[in-house]
Every structure is written in structure tokens, then in C-alpha cells.
Ligand binder design. Structure first.
Ligand SMILES: Cc1ncc(C[n+]2csc(CCOP(=O)(O)OP(=O)(O)O)c2C)c(N)n1
Ligand SMILES: [Mg+2]
Length: 611
């Protein structure tokens, strides 16, 4: 029972114990639904966190389950999968030891902040008291006594603090929670924890440990911005909607569908927004560099592009070359003010759901007869003896998808291919991490999604051989915690997408294949790798075998690795523009021609104000 208000009741605990206790009494609430804000912690212990934080978890952490990943980076990716599945209403905490444990979190921190997904990072730090002199794994800066490797988190974090006295938690933790649960500001939040301070006792005010609910409010649109938006929508002849991750985070799918149905405006999706608009009338599929012909045709002809919850990266805009109408205008609905003014657009700084609801009654219906159709991809027939290439893999996974399932991809060919090829069945989900496109994200992100979703539905992780090799150890974590995944490994013998980019754009490719010094291909048995890490495993050499393997994996209770050796396809440099910075001087004429062609497209791409 809490003491009467105003009574100064104190409880003696260490900093670490206070931290652990506080995390367990935080809640988030949106639309009246209340959830634990920090439902679990992931961690690898070492010096800096093993004693005081480990003891605090054992003593105070009854409601904060602790998961042990096999690398620190992976636990951040797991947290991001969880955050995505919870639609940014819940956050996982990640603790790491000082030095290398901490710096292993950095790539995860960047992945979080780039993707606007929340994660609480708790790297241990050196001694605040400096009583032991230089400690193991301490980086010394000759010009600054207060620098540690954890300062590298500052540019990667939306909020950073270093806890040098116990009572700093009283302000640092609420600041962290506010940032993490703010739709516009969210990303990685880092609290660096001095290892001596973690163990220091303090008399904490008891009210610090009272239940606290953080309301995730829906920001309403301003009347002036709505008026300008209405005017743009009324005067548009060929409008197009782009649905980004913000639609997913706002849970605005129903409102988007109603808006599209009522207005007849077709909808294209970004990678983060994949799955936000169900296949059916008005569905164009993915847009941009990895977009469908239908979406990109609409984009080229659009006189108004209504962007909802998107950062408009180069993948989406095809490096600003996509929108070709001479008077094209942009309207941006985004809860983040900086995103809302990209491409010189008229901003509606608001929650996507509220903005769509407000605009629906006043938006006229547009002609729909000229909208191309992207709805004919779902039926798949398996030919006996058909060879397995990566497109056949996507078709098989798509054909097997059911409501409640997830498909996950992040780097290599898969995320772009899936944006174009995959039709997310209604009631199922996609997580394409193509903001940071971080190799090694897929598998742990799948674990985080599974942890959030519980045992129902399939979580199909599509991962390239290269990306798997960066983080395969998390297969053991899947087995360890019974977090069931179906891991489809596309084995093309190396970094196929990068190899193709290099070859098609410059004519040369170095160090992109898994070959010996003499050029001999290295065979890898990914099924054996899965088995070695306590997973089930199947090899699928053709589409029929893959289809059977997917059925088998669905029926199983444990994680299954499906090894798919694929034939490589001949790629061409054609397709939407994507500016990668070409080398302007090449030794031979063929290479020079390739580069000159891209330079011509670049000159034609329209630069727009893009803060
Ligand atoms: C951590 C990280 N390092 C490097 C890259 C650059 N990169 C992007 S895709 C890729 C190759 C991925 O290989 P694989 O997973 O086998 O997929 P494939 O290209 O063969 O489809 C590389 C090296 C990256 N995205 N992330
Ligand atoms: Mg590969």
C-alpha cells in the first residue's frame, strides 16, 4: 500500500535495484489499452553490469524476464522486432557490459533511431569515482577525463544520459520513457551506467515506484493545416497515396482503407509501411526503387502525392527521380514535423489515423479507371522440376502465408524484392527493415516479433546467406527460449545483390562471392548449421520441396531452418533510378558507358528542398 500523499517515505536500494524496480511499474496506454511499457530485459553480463545489475535483476526483477542473446547487437534487433510488433507501444531494455559489450550495441542503436523504433539501451560505464584508475576495457582520451566509449551513443540516441549519482535516475528514467513512447521523438535511448554507481545505495522516495502510465496521445491535426490539405485534395486530378511505417505505428490501416475506398485514390507502400494496405481495389504494392510498375507509373503521373507516415528516403523517391508531373505537389501527414515538410510538401503534423478521419468527409472522389492493377500475383502454381531461384522462394512463402503470419527481411535482395513481389495477405504482417538495412537484423528481429506475438502464426524470416552468417548464433537463442521461427536461407553463394550492383553499374565486382583465392565456390551446409544450433533443418532444392518444407515448418513446434540453394539470375541495370555515386573515370569504354548512362539519369532527376 502506498503511504499517504506528502509523507516522505524512503526505501533504501542500490541504483541498479531502483532501476529494475522502476522499469516494472511503467505502463503505456493508447486508445484506452494499457500495457507494460518495459515487458522484458535482454542482456549479456560482463564486468560493469554483472554484479550490481545482475543482483538487482535476481532480487527485484520478478516481473522483468531476462533473455540472453548471443551478441549484444542481436538483442537490440530483437527489441526492434518487438517494438514494431507492438506498434511502438512497448519497449525492451538491453544491458551490456562496459567496453566491447557496450560498443556492440552501437549498430543496433543506429538501426533503432533510423527506423524510429524505440529501445532502451543500458550499457555499463567506467567508475564515476575513478577510484581504481584505468579499468579493464576503458578507452582513455588524452584530452578529456570524462569520455568513454559510451559517448559514441550520443549521435545515435534520441536521448542520452550518464548516471554518475544514484539520484540522477529520478529525472533520467522519466526522460527516457517520455522519449521512447513519443511517436515523433522515438528511437534509441541510452543510459550509460557507471559500474560503481550501479551498486551504490540511496534512500529513494517510495512514490518513485508507484505505477505510472504514459499516455501515447494521438496528436490531432491543426485546422489551418487541414484546410490547406483539403484544398490540395480538391484540386488534384491524379492523386496518389504513399503509405509508410507511420500508418502501421498509428494503427491507421482501417482508416487508410476507408479513405482509399471513398476517394478512389490508389495506395502504394514503402518498406516500413509494407502490409499497411491490403491487396484489393486501389492496391499498387511497393513504390520506388523496389516498387511495382503500377506504383511507379502512378507516381510518375501524379499531380498530388499524399505521403502518410514516411521519411521519403531515396528508395521511396527513386533518388528523387520518381515524380515526373511538372506541377506535382506533395501533402505530408506525419506526426514528426521534420518528416512532414520533406520535398517542400504541405504539412499536416498529426497522427495518421486522426488526420485521415478528418480529411475523409471533404475529399472528393477521383477517377479510378486509369489506375493500374497490382492484384494478380497471389496465385502460385508449382511446376514439377522448376528450378529454385529467389523469386520462386518468395512465391512459395507468399503462397503459404496465412492471417496472423509475419514475413521478415532486412538486407540483400530480399527486402526490396519482397516490397515488389510479396502481397501481404489481409491479417498478416511484414517487417522489412530497409531504413538501415542492417545485415544480421532478420533473425533476432524475428525473435522479438515472436516474443510479442506469442505462439500463434508463422514468423518467416527470409535471410540471405551473407546476412545469416553475420548473426546465425541467434538460432541457438530461438531454441533456448522456444521462440519458434521459420528461417528461409537463400543461399546464392555470397553477397549477390552487391555483386550485381557492382557488375551492372561498373562492370567489376570484388570480394562479393564466397570463393577461395583460386575462385572455387565454397559450399556451406546451412541445414547442418541450423542443426548444430539446436534447430530443425530441411534442405529445399526446388519449389515443390520448399512448399513441403514450409508446411512441415508450420506444423512443427520448434524453429526450422530451410536451406534454399538458389540459381543466380542475370541482373540488368535497368529499373528505377537509384543514385549510389558512380565512379566518373573508368579504364575501359564499356564501363565508362555504364557510368555515363547513370550520370544522364541523375541530371534528369529533379532536386527538391529536402531538409
Ligand atoms: C551490417 C551490414 N554490412 C554491410 C552491408 C552492405 N550489404 C548490403 S546487402 C549485402 C550483401 C548481403 O548478402 P546476403 O545476405 O547473402 O544477401 P544477397 O545480397 O545475396 O541477397 C551487403 C554486404 C549491410 N547492409 N549491413
Ligand atoms: Mg547471398
Amino acid at each position: 500500500m502506498m503511504p499517504p500523499r506528502g509523507a516522505d517515505v524512503r526505501v533504501r536500494m542500490t541504483t541498479a535495484q531502483a532501476l529494475v524496480r522502476w522499469l516494472q511499474v511503467q505502463w503505456s496506454e493508447r486508445d484506452g489499452v494499457r500495457r507494460r511499457a518495459f515487458p522484458s530485459m535482454w542482456g549479456i553480463f560482463g564486468h560493469g553490469n554483472v554484479l550490481s545489475l545482475g543482483q538487482a535483476m535476481a532480487q527485484e526483477g520478478a516481473d522483468l524476464p531476462l533473455y540472453q542473446p548471443k551478441s549484444e547487437q542481436a538483442m537490440v534487433h530483437a527489441a526492434l522486432g518487438y517494438a514494431k510488433a507492438s506498434r511502438r507501444t512497448q519497449v525492451l531494455a538491453c544491458t551490456a557490459s562496459i567496453g566491447p559489450g557496450a560498443t556492440n550495441l552501437l549498430t543496433g542503436a543506429a538501426t533503432a533511431t533510423v527506423n524510429r523504433l524505440p529501445v532502451l539501451l543500458l550499457p555499463a560505464d567506467t567508475f564515476a569515482s575513478r577510484r581504481s584508475g584505468v579499468v579493464l576495457q576503458q578507452l582513455e582520451d588524452p584530452a578529456a577525463g570524462d569520455i568513454s566509449v559510451n559517448d559514441a551513443f550520443r549521435p545515435l540516441s534520441r536521448y542520452f544520459d550518464r548516471i554518475a549519482r544514484p539520484e540522477q535516475l529520478l529525472t533520467a528514467l522519466p526522460a527516457a520513457a517520455r522519449t521512447l513512447l513519443d511517436p515523433a521523438d522515438t528511437g534509441a535511448v541510452t543510459l550509460a551506467l557507471h559500474q560503481d554507481v550501479l551498486g551504490e545505495a540511496h534512500e529513494w522516495p517510495i512514490e518513485f515506484f508507484a505505477d505510472r502510465t504514459w499516455i501515447i496521445a494521438r496528436r490531432p491535426p491543426a485546422p489551418e493545416e487541414l484546410a490547406a490539405a483539403r484544398e490540395l485534395l480538391r484540386s488534384a486530378r491524379r492523386p496518389l497515396l504513399i503509405s509508410g511505417g507511420g500508418v502501421r505505428y498509428s494503427e491507421a490501416e482501417v482508416q487508410l482503407a476507408a479513405f482509399a475506398r471513398a476517394t478512389g485514390i490508389p495506395v502504394a507502400e514503402t518498406s516500413a509501411g509494407k502490409g499497411s494496405f491490403a491487396p484489393g481495389p486501389g492496391y499498387l504494392g511497393g513504390i520506388g526503387v523496389n516498387g511495382t510498375a503500377a506504383a511507379n507509373e502512378c507516381a510518375a503521373a501524379a499531380d498530388l502525392v499524399v505521403c502518410i507516415g514516411t521519411r521519403l528516403t531515396d528508395f521511396t523517391t527513386a533518388s528523387l527521380s520518381l515524380f515526373a508531373h511538372e506541377n506535382v505537389r506533395f501533402l505530408s501527414i506525419n506526426v514528426n514535423p521534420a518528416d512532414a515538410v520533406r520535398l517542400g510538401g504541405a504539412p499536416v503534423v498529426a497522427d495518421a489515423r486522426l488526420a485521415l478521419e478528418a480529411l475523409l468527409p471533404s475529399t472528393p472522389r477521383t477517377r479510378v479507371d486509369e489506375v493500374p492493377d497490382e492484384n494478380d500475383k497471389t496465385t502460385t502454381v508449382f511446376d514439377e522440376g522448376e528450378r529454385l531461384d529467389r523469386w520462386a522462394v518468395y512465391r512459395a512463402v507468399n503462397a503459404a502465408a496465412r492471417p496472423g503470419d509475419w514475413v521478415v527481411a532486412a538486407a540483400g535482395w530480399a527486402p526490396g524484392d519482397l516490397l515488389k513481389q510479396y502481397t501481404t495477405p489481409q491479417g498478416s504482417h511484414a517487417h522489412l527493415e530497409f531504413g538501415f538495412s542492417c545485415m544480421g537484423h532478420e533473425l533476432p528481429a524475428g525473435l522479438g516479433i515472436r516474443l510479442h506475438e506469442g505462439p500463434t502464426g508463422e514468423i518467416v524470416v527470409i535471410v540471405g546467406d551473407g546476412s545469416l552468417l553475420m548473426g546465425a548464433a541467434e538460432l541457438l537463442t530461438a531454441a533456448q527460449y522456444g521462440l519458434k521461427l521459420t528461417v528461409v536461407v537463400i543461399d546464392n553463394g555470397g553477397y549477390g545483390s552487391i555483386d550485381a550492383l557492382a557488375r551492372t553499374r561498373t562492370g567489376v565486382s570484388l570480394a562479393n562471392r564466397f570463393v577461395t583465392a583460386s575462385g572455387e565456390a565454397l559450399d556451406v551446409d546451412y541445414a547442418a548449421l541450423g542443426r548444430a544450433l539446436n534447430c530443425r533443418a530441411i534442405r529445399a532444392d526446388d519449389p515443390a520441396a520448399l512448399h513441403a518444407a514450409l508446411r512441415d515448418a508450420r506444423a512443427a513446434a520448434d524453429t526450422t531452418v530451410i536451406h534454399c540453394p538458389v540459381v543466380e539470375l542475370q541482373e540488368t541495370a535497368d529499373g528505377p533510378f537509384w543514385d549510389l555515386g558512380d565512379p566518373e573515370v573508368a579504364r575501359d569504354r564499356r564501363q565508362q558507358r555504364l557510368v555515363d548512362r547513370r550520370a544522364a539519369i541523375r541530371r534528369a532527376a529533379r532536386q527538391r528542398p529536402c531538409p
